[in-house]
Design a protein. Structure first.
Length: 319
């Protein structure tokens, strides 16, 4: 995850949402209350459209559509379009059709509600009254029209690899567009900035917990930073410790070759798409990062740190 070091000329607010921390900073302190209202409203809109854990969300209703074309809101359309674009960019390594596989592995509710253990697959299917989930699926099964979408019956969607980051981008743009202030929005460490930035830039601490190597980077406007991790969002299921980043080809958590991968890009969406794909690709991610040229910091399972694409360190990595 990443942390924000607010400057003396900024104002900040933080709260919990979607099982993670939401952080908001603005360069015009007098706008902070209005900015928070804008962000909270956007979060509510996205949750109603995209939540996998709300039975009344549009995404949950798609799961009950029986394979029929279903009308969707502009919000859900934008998030589905982003998820499918991420799948194309990564050759399917980031795939929104892993929802059924996540349910079978026990990730069937908001992570804050999982607890140390989760039910078995049979218990999950019994509880939610559905059988015949499709666990072997891919993003090409999704047909997205101008105002509707069609997914095969039994295919479950999960937008977790893209939705949080895209929401951060949308929130940052909305605050700047409406209030003119410089703004940084962080949702669980997916960070987006827009508008003017503090004199010394936005200082971001990159670290994934106590005892993990940390560093600080400084970013400006219209920038996204995201960290994907095999150390976070972990749970026990049928005697195994699992994490939330699935290899779509295996329908299982990706091998934890990397502890974390942090990427800097022009948007949080792009940064998180690439960092997630790196976790899935394992050792092949380093050459891929070199080809695409985005600044990245990858921490291997043994603690080795690899920088790619002119990573802008503000000092040495520290343990």
């Amino acid at each position: 995850m990443t942390g924000v070091a607010a400057g003396t000329t900024t104002a900040s607010r933080s709260w919990s949402v979607w099982g993670c921390a939401a952080e908001l900073s603005v360069t015009e302190p007098g706008t902070i209350e209005h900015a928070e209202r804008i962000v909270r409203a956007e979060l509510a809109t996205v949750d109603a459209a995209c939540s996998r854990f709300r039975p009344d969300s549009e995404l949950s209703m798609l799961a009950r559509a029986g394979g029929r074309p279903t009308s969707i809101s502009p919000t859900l359309h934008a998030f589905l379009e982003a998820a499918l674009s991420a799948a194309r960019l990564t050759g399917g390594d980031v795939d929104p059709t892993v929802g059924s596989a996540l349910v079978h592995l026990g990730y069937d509710r908001d992570f804050a509600d999982l607890g140390p253990t989760v039910p078995s697959c049979d218990e999950i299917e019994s509880a939610i009254g559905r059988t015949g989930f499709v666990t072997e699926s891919d993003w090409s099964m999704v047909t997205l029209g101008e105002d509707h979408v069609t997914i095969p019956d039994g295919v479950g969607l999960d937008l977790g690899a893209t939705a949080k980051a895209l929401t951060a981008d949308r929130c940052a743009r909305a605050v700047h567009d409406e209030l003119g202030t410089g703004v940084l929005v962080s949702l669980g460490g997916d960070i987006a900035t827009s508008g003017p930035y503090p004199d010394d830039g936005w200082r971001i601490e990159v670290c994934d917990g106590d005892g993990e190597p940390s560093t600080v980077v400084v970013i400006g406007s219209d920038t996204g930073v995201a960290t994907s991790s095999t150390l976070r969002r972990r749970w026990m299921h049928e005697g195994q410790m699992l994490h939330h980043i699935l290899d779509p080809q295996l329908a299982r958590p990706a091998e934890p070759y990397w502890r974390t991968v942090t990427v800097i890009a022009s948007s949080a969406l792009t940064a998180n798409t690439v960092s997630t794909a790196c976790i899935v690709r394992g050792p092949a991610a380093t050459a891929w990062l070199d080809r695409i040229g985005l600044p990245a910091r990858s921490v291997a399972a043994d603690g080795t740190i690899i920088h790619s694409g002119h990573w802008p360190d503000d000092g040495e990595d520290r343990s």
